[in-house]
Design a binder for this molecule. Sequence first.
Ligand SMILES: Cc1cc2nc3c(=O)[nH]c(=O)nc-3n(C[C@H](O)[C@H](O)[C@H](O)COP(=O)(O)OP(=O)(O)OC[C@H]3O[C@@H](n4cnc5c(N)ncnc54)[C@H](O)[C@@H]3O)c2cc1C
Length: 477
Amino acid sequence: MAPIIHWFRRDLRLADNSALAAAAHAAGGAVLPVFIFDPALLRGRFASAPRTAWLLAHLHALAAQLAAQGSRLVIRRGAPVAELVALAHSVGARAVYWNVDDTPYARERDRVATNELQALGLEVARFKDVVVLARDEVLKPDGTPYTVFTPYARRWRERLAAQPVVLQPAPRLVALTVWPPAQPMPTLAELGLPATRVPLPAAGETAALERLHQFAAPGASGLAHYANQRDMLAASGTSRLSPDLRLGSLSVRVALQAALAQETHATPEVRQSLTSWVNELIWREFYTQILYHFPHVLRGAFRQAYDLLPWENDAAQFHAWQTGQTGYPVVDAAMRQLQEEGWMHNRARMIVASFLSKDLLIDWRWGERHFMHLLLDGDPASNNGGWQWAAGTGTDAQPYFRIFNPTTQGQKFDPEGDYVRRYLPVLARVPARYIHTPHLLPPAEQLRAQVQIGRDYPLPIVDHKVQRARALALFRR
Ligand SMILES: Cc1cc2nc3c(=O)[nH]c(=O)nc-3n(C[C@H](O)[C@H](O)[C@H](O)COP(=O)(O)OP(=O)(O)OC[C@H]3O[C@@H](n4cnc5c(N)ncnc54)[C@H](O)[C@@H]3O)c2cc1C
């Protein structure tokens, strides 16, 4: 049987992979699994060394998994369409299958690929996989897209109830009679990216499932206590599965099913946590469809009037924010977490994004890009949605006066200061009473805490009260 090419992109797993399962079924297991490094993405404005290192680690794991079945992961570097055409010729493939990616770059790339491959007589088949419900499955009764989360989520749940989740096992692949010439897996340096010190979690589908199990298995403490732990900065209260969902080492349906399967027997408290976690998965789908229907958000504000905001864009203040030297401990700790781990707690993301846009009056797109450079889970849709939510330019109804106070946020969500001390060891001995206001620490206490504020740790670079009033005036205008 002529083989079918499965083009891996953000679905780096074998189990519950829609396009791969269909390809294996249609070709009797004779699938050519391919991953293509696209120079346009590696050099794009959102390119990221940590995320590419994470991708490489996954590809190594996937290659080993395929090799164990007698199959191979074929690696190519170059323009995707040309590479696919060459590969199809070299093995006599009759079709190319892939899972849909709704980001603007991928849509255009896939449109061109579809046209060119079909013109050569190859069959192209595309599958829903990255989301549970696709952008055209959750629409308003008049057929237009939702732009407000709550009614979107309500409709999403109705649709899900009518169309329960079905999981597909990993297919059995067979060795092909002809393989294309092997090309080695490139290194980060060969891909033109700098080295990264971010420690990567264990990569691959098995490790991702293990993380899901640790968080969500019945009896595990994570998911059951999610509702009241998810905002606490120092707790391990969230799943940390976003980097797996980003590259598809974890299927979102498998993640969702882990929560749904517990619903019937859960206590009311646990049920609240299950609902709250599923809601976060729905946020991911909400932003995915926002980017699909309103691709202009990747260039500017969802509400385009806000593109006229006269941001101050002070480069020195931006640098202080990036490097965690604003004098607001919770902001600085969060920015160090991002640098050190390639990940940041959701509550912290909201705090630092509000601080950049509302306290420093810096264009949220600067922050969006910085996040994309560093986050292992950096996703154009969720990141853009999160930034526009915090900056007040996005889909929310009356958002611009939502301005987080970084001091009270810290006091509420890191009351003992454990999160701050973890990432800012210079404040390790500061008592909890002052941990979010170290600039108020009396000199004698500074001596005891072995820190001199203004020398070892900066004074606040702006006054939140003053900046809040300025931001409100700016947005009102
Ligand atoms: C300014 C800003 C930027 C963000 N950038 C990204 C990004 O680039 N990539 C990304 O995946 N998430 C982003 N988020 C959303 C959220 O912060 C992360 O998804 C979450 O912190 C990941 O941690 P977790 O896996 O432990 O989440 P959990 O709390 O365990 O949630 C489970 C999953 O739901 C999804 N999710 C959770 N919260 C959100 C949300 N608010 N929006 C969309 N999806 C969500 C994620 O896939 C997450 O893995 C951003 C949020 C903000 C405020």
